[in-house]
Write a protein that binds this ligand. Structure first.
Ligand code: PRX
Length: 672
């Protein structure tokens, strides 16, 4: 690793202080001169007549049967958008670009961890999608069937998603960092018929044998008839005749022609499981046309995208866009796959981690592919700050013209560093607030017109209506902190929870009636009406942009036979936003040698390594109310070293004293 250059770091610190004093940032004039949106009237259009605003956006897509109806709101919160129209998402993402003569435009510059490269044009991607769609059909997959996808960041993950969309199968992607146990649960509850996975996946030079691990869960999945294995990292992997098939062999045998099926606008496009307040993940269901309308519109407008598909060149070359998320999260679905492809964009797809083979790899890729738009998460920016500005300084980042942030509130220091060191003070930053449930970006600057303030996602996107309300009656607040709600339907909203309609209503639309979507975040608005999202109000934690439920982690920990009880909280963390802290009570007769390691390993096995607790604190007992409910608020106070709130409702107030001592011991041990 290169030596630190303290003088340069000090100079950056001084410059960040200078920028901090500015507080608000107007769109850079050079950027503004070529921006797609230069008029504020777009907000008025969205506010005056949101339905015609969204209908206009939906008409930018190709329809096999145009819609007449825009919104059916007769049965809230089960809204339907454009429901009398028919279309196909894969046709919109691929065929229409190829048919318009843009088959040679690059859809993805894929780059493997070891430096391998593969360029996929729209024509090539379409050809492979058609074949794989036929292959899925040959395996018996039909419209409405669920297909699981458990793949790393290889081009085949995009092919598999679009092939499902082409034939009306519903994909259920599981992030590659989840353990197979999480895959089992998600396949079981969705009754997936087929699973597309990989022989092995590369991570920081090591190869994980994915297929062998998947084999452990297959006996428990009776509905799963077929497993498709992408050959990625070579090596032998066990294959069972009749059930397991290599992707390349299927593609070779499959017919090359496959017409996109005209599907109802409301046909489900995918299920994506996300964490909520309970241990059971929620299967968020997204639609076809409304979802695609939302992601295509926001991708074009928020990122100011200039693609080969645009007639007006605005004096700009086509962008090279890079969303550095993983395709297994909603950010990847919406802004690596569907939004960019619907817009005919050219994207970068990077297989690896941000620090392998070296800590400058992202900047090397930006230089190599002349990336002009970068979309990433604050946690990644904070890691780069820690590694030092000398890494980006080695590469030419002058191609960048816009930066995006997503996943958690961005702290002003990270914002300013991103602006200065990566953006060279010439790139606007779009801090985009949204969720798995919202499908698309909801609160965000429009880069050509919105003044930004570091840490604020600014204003709702045109056509979106958000409020901060008081927690009791749901009345809009003039100032102060309250609950973030969205009080008007929007096309890319989740349609339901898979096979759990009641839970959908209860989780999101019960507090203030069936027309108000309660987001689950606390927020405040400032005097300019800007939104400042503070964080979750439920038992959801956000670790490095990964959404986890404390209940899910607790249930993994208590599955250890020697654990009597566990309570998990999210604690503020400099690096990862929040870190998981587990308070654990062991059974009196515990015999093991290293309970902390065992607990962490167990969480790794049952959920995934990214969910392992950063700290495990032993507790003789946990603070409980007289009715036996664990008071997590007190655990959070104690973990963050705050003065304890009211403890009079505790069954046994002594418990807190003992816990405080354990926390102090754990801290001292870490400091050593
Ligand atoms: O708490 C908010 C936070 O991430 C949550 C949604 O997580 P998930 O469904 O996994 O989707 C993440 C990527 C869209 C939100 O409830 N969050 C997301 N973006 C921001 C944010 N918090 C503050 N600012 C953001 N820009």
């Amino acid at each position: 690793m290169a030596a630190h250059e303290p003088a340069a770091e000090e100079q950056i610190e001084r410059e960040l202080e200078r920028l901090e004093a500015i507080e608000r940032f107007a769109p850079p004039p050079d950027f503004q001169a070529h921006a797609l949106i230069r008029e504020r009237s777009i907000y008025e259009q969205g506010a005056r007549d949101p339905l015609s605003f969204w209908a206009d956006q939906a008409r930018r897509l190709s329809w096999s049967e145009p819609f007449e109806a825009v919104l059916d709101d007769s049965d809230p919160p089960f809204y339907r958008w454009f429901h009398d129209g028919k279309m196909n998402v894969s046709y919109n993402c691929l065929d229409r670009h190829v048919l318009a003569g843009r088959g040679d435009v690059v859809a993805y510059h894929w780059r493997g961890e070891e430096g391998q490269e593969r360029t996929l044009t729209y024509a090539e991607l379409l050809a492979e999608v058609k074949r794989f769609a036929n292959a899925l059909r040959d395996l018996g997959v039909r419209e409405g069937d669920v297909v699981g996808i458990y793949l790393p960041m290889v081009p085949e993950v995009v092919v598999a998603m679009l092939a499902c969309a082409r034939i009306g199968a519903v994909h259920n992607v599981v992030f590659g960092g989840f353990a197979v146990e999480a895959v089992r649960e998600r396949m079981a509850v969705s009754e997936a018929k087929a699973l597309v996975t990989v022989d092995g996946s590369a991570r920081r030079g090591a190869i994980a044998p994915v297929k062998a691990a998947v084999d452990q869960i297959l006996p428990e999945l009776p509905a799963l008839e077929h497993v498709v294995v992408v050959r990625s990292k070579g090596g032998d992997c066990p294959m069972q005749a009749g059930r397991d098939h290599f992707y390349d062999e299927l593609i070779e045998r499959a017919d090359a022609e496959c017409e996109a099926v005209a599907l109802d606008a409301e046909h489900p496009l995918f299920i994506l499981y996300t964490s909520g307040s309970t241990a059971k993940p929620k299967g968020i269901v997204h639609s076809s046309a409304g979802y695609l309308t939302g992601v295509a519109t926001t991708h074009r407008i928020v990122f100011d995208l200039r693609s080969a598909a645009d007639e007006d060149d605005r004096g700009l070359p086509p962008d090279v866009y890079w969303c550095a998320a993983d395709v297994g999260w909603v950010t990847g679905h919406s802004y690596i796959v569907y939004g960019p492809l619907a817009n005919g964009a050219t994207s970068v797809l990077w297989e690896g981690a941000p620090d392998y083979p070296h800590r400058g790899i992202w900047w090397e890729l930006i230089e190599r592919y002349r990336v002009s738009i970068l979309y990433t998460a604050p946690t990644a920016i904070r890691a780069c700050i820690k590694w030092g500005a000398q890494w980006p300084a080695r590469y030419d980042l002058s191609s960048l013209r816009l930066l995006g942030s997503v996943g958690e509130p961005i702290n002003p220091k990270a914002w300013l560093w991103y602006h200065k060191v990566i953006g060279g003070e010439r790139c606007p930053i779009v801090d985009t607030w949204w969720q798995t449930e919202t499908g698309a970006i909801m609160i965000t600057p429009l880069p050509g017109i919105t003044e930004t303030k570091p840490g604020s996602a600014t204003l709702p996107f045109p056509g979106i209506s958000a409020e901060v309300v008081d927690e009791h009656e749901g009345k809009p607040l003039a100032g102060g902190q309250g609950l973030l709600v969205i009080d008007r339907p929007w096309p890319s909203m989740a349609r339901t929870l898979y096979r759990e309609g009641e839970r959908f209503v209860e989780t999101y639309f019960s507090r203030f009636g069936k027309r108000t979507y309660v987001v689950g975040d606390a927020a405040r608005r400032d005097a300019d009406g800007y939104f400042w999202v503070i964080g979750r109000i439920d038992d959801v934690v956000n670790v490095s942009g990964h959404r986890l439920s404390t209940a899910e982690v607790e249930s993994a920990i208590v599955s250890h036979p020697d654990v009597a009880e566990a309570a998990v909280i999210g604690q503020h963390d400099e690096q990862t936003g929040q870190a998981i802290v587990a308070f654990v009570t062991l059974r009196a007769d515990y015999q093991g040698a290293d309970p902390e390691q065992e607990v962490r390993d167990l969480v790794g096995e049952r959920i995934g390594k990214f969910a392992r607790p950063k700290r495990v604190i032993w507790a003789e007992d946990l603070p409980k109310t007289r009715s036996g409910k664990i008071m997590r608020r007190l655990l959070r106070d104690i973990a963050e070293g705050r003065a304890l709130g009211d403890v009079t409702t505790l069954r046994d107030p002594e418990v807190m004293q003992a816990l405080a001592e354990h926390v102090a011991q754990a801290r001292a041990a870490e400091a050593d």
